[in-house]
Write a protein that binds this ligand. Structure first.
Ligand code: IPM
Ligand code: MG
Length: 362
């Protein structure tokens, strides 16, 4: 088994280092190879996703990814910005299915901005289509308007589009995931306004007929944004397009207390996957040793479960995380009075300790 390790920028290097220490503590046999990506790769090779990094990612069984981006690259032309690395990996590896579970750990109910009773026991799974939609649709660009409200004016445009097979395959992923949970899927769309999402809704409905045991409902994205903060526990699996999924998954992350807790998996049709925290590179706190490594550590657990066929090892990581939270250890983003504030490294140490202790006592 080979894991391509792409720490990236900002806090990416700090949090990936902790996830690797946790993986090593499990005593599994795998090989890792590290490469530059994002701004770090741009500095060294003039491109955020160098050929060598892409090749390594393609050949690996799984990619463990940190985060990319820094404000200092905002002025670069789009194709050279750090974000293009993650978009390029998703596209080139065909990672169309993005799993973003939002679980509220019992110990963190008070870290959420919502009332504890609204989020205690929360366990929702957002499935975001990741290689289509307005993110990748062509054409896009700038031009002179020939019609619209201001003919002759400068304008910019993107293309929202989905093909039938793209919607069908993500719908199957959602229904199959729901079968392993509470058997409910909410498909989020904007069918009341957008042709693309009427098409999406029609196809999800069709695919749903193959899963009579799974309950399907549809919700407009604006209402979904509202319901997520009003009654989040009503959701089980949420399936949606690339852009709505981007927005709703940040919102769902915050329900759990901190985006620093939210892992993600992005899979292609052969279960090769990229695993990354749902949060970004947080340049404001980079290098300070205070970032929360748990989202990345939990992403490593998802990697063991989905791509490396090591479900027991994944369970061990997840119980170790629960254990350190129960011990009262908190990074700054999830700290509250009465708990112990720790840094990135100490949090990693605590997870490693919980894992090794479990090994000794069986
Ligand atoms: C995410 C991020 C990315 C996205 C950015 C960094 C391109 O926000 O993974 O949610 O928009 O998909
Ligand atoms: Mg996002």
């Amino acid at each position: 088994m080979k894991i391509a390790v792409l720490p990236g920028d900002g806090i990416g290097t700090e949090i990936v280092a902790e996830a690797l220490r946790v993986l090593e503590a499990l005593d599994l046999s795998f090989e890792t190879e590290t490469a530059l990506v994002g701004g770090a790769a741009y500095e060294a090779h003039g491109h955020p996703l160098p050929e060598s990094t892409l090749k390594l990612a393609k050949e690996a069984d799984a990619v463990l990814f940190g985060a990319v981006g820094d404000w200092k690259y905002d002025k670069l032309e789009r194709s050279l910005r750090p974000e293009q690395a993650i978009l390029g990996l998703r596209k080139n590896l065909g990672l169309f299915a993005n799993f973003r579970p939002a679980i509220c750990y019992e110990q963190l109910v008070d870290a959420s901005s919502l009332k504890p009773e609204l989020i205690a026991g929360l366990d929702i799974l957002i499935i975001r289509e990741l290689t289509g939609d307005i993110y990748f649709g062509q054409p896009r660009g700038r031009r002179t308007a020939v019609d619209g409200h201001f003919p002759g004016a400068e304008e910019a445009f993107d293309t929202m589009r989905y093909s039938r097979p793209e919607v069908e395959r993500i719908a199957h992923v959602a229904f199959q995931a729901a079968r392993k949970r509470s058997k409910r899927v909410t498909s989020v769309d904007k069918a009341n306004v957008l042709e693309t999402f009427q098409f999406w809704k029609d196809i999800v409905t069709e695919v749903g007929k193959e899963y009579p045991d799974v309950e399907l409902d549809h919700m407009y994205v604006d209402n979904a944004a509202m319901q997520l903060v009003k009654a989040p526990k009503k959701f089980d699996v949420v399936v949606t397009g690339n852009m709505f999924g981007d927005i709703l998954s940040d919102e769902a992350a915050m329900l759990t207390g901190s985006i620093g807790m939210l892992p993600s998996a992005s899979l292609n049709s052969s279960n090769q996957g990229l695993y990354e925290p749902s949060h970004g590179s947080a340049p404001d706190i980079a290098g300070k040793g205070i970032a929360n490594p748990l989202a990345t550590i939990l992403s490593a657990a998802m990697m063991l479960r989905f791509s490396l066929n090591q479900p027991e090892a994944a369970d061990r990581i997840e119980s170790a995380v629960k254990h350190v939270l129960a011990q009262g250890l908190r990074t700054a983003d999830i700290w509250s009075a009465g708990t112990t504030k720790v840094g990135t490294r100490e949090m990693g140490d605590a997870v490693v300790a919980a894992i090794t202790k479990k090994t000794i006592t069986g």
